[in-house]
Design a binder for this molecule. Sequence first.
Ligand code: LIP
Length: 263
Amino acid sequence: MENGLISTIREAGRIILSAHDAEKSVEVKPGEANFVTYYDKAVQEFLFERLGALYPDFAFVGEEEGADDIARLTGGKAFVIDPIDGTTNFMRGFRHSSVSVALCEDGEVRLGAVLNPYTDELFYAEKDKGAVLIGRDSTRALHVSPRPLENGLVLFGTTPYYAETYDETFRILRKLFEASLDVRRIGSAALDLCMIADGRGEAFFEVCLSPWDYAAGNLIVSEAGGIVTRIDGTPVRLNEKGSILAASPDVLRQLRYLLDFQK
Ligand code: LIP
C-alpha cells in the first residue's frame, strides 16, 4: 500500500472538511451547471505539490486549470486527479463528495484511491491486488453485489454539463428504472463507482464523464470483481471523455440485453 499517497489524500480531505464557506469564489465553467470553487483549486494544487514531491517523474492531469493534458495518459507515468468530485454537492453542503486519485502507467490505471472525507471512507485498489475499504478503525475487502438487476439499485449521473446528452440519459434511465428495484442520483461519479465496488448498488451509468471522474473508480470496481465498459459495450480508454457503465458480470449481461435488444 502506498502509505505516503494515502496520508496525502487524507490531508486533502481535511481541506474539504475545513471549508465553512464552500461557495467562496465560485466560478462558472463552460457548459450547464459546471462550477469550480476556491477549494477545488486549493485541493488540486495541494495534491499536485505533495504528490509531485513523492513521485517526481510523474505528470499531473486534473480537472482544474494548471494540469497537464489528458493526452499524457496514453503513455509514461501520470496521475489523474479530481480534487473535489461532486463540486455542486460540496457547494450546497450535501456532504457527499470525494477526492479521486489514479496512478497510471503506459495508459493503464495501476492504483486507484477515492476518499469520502465526510464518512472517512477510503476506497483503494492496486492492479491485480484486489480492492479494499479503509475505514476509521478497520479495513475490509470490497466485492460487487451478487443481486440480480430486478432486486437492484441503479445509480446514475445526469451529465448536466452537456445538454445534448439529456435525452439519452433519461431514455436509458426509464428503461433501467422499470427493470430494477429503484434508481439513485447522488452526485459524485467516483463515489457512485465505489458504491458498486462495495455492493451497495448493482449498476451505475453516466453518458459523459472525464477521465478524472472515473479513472480511480473504474479500477476499484474491476478489482472488486465488477466490469466497466462504455454504454455501448466498448472498452474504456483512459485518454478520452465518454460514457461509463459499471456492474457485476451477471448484471452487465442483463444490461447488455436491455440496452442492445429491447428498444
Ligand atoms: C461531477 C460528477 C457527476 C457528474 C457531473 C460531474 P465534478 O464531477 O461527479 O457524477 O454528473 O457531470 O462530472 O465536476 O463535480 O468533479
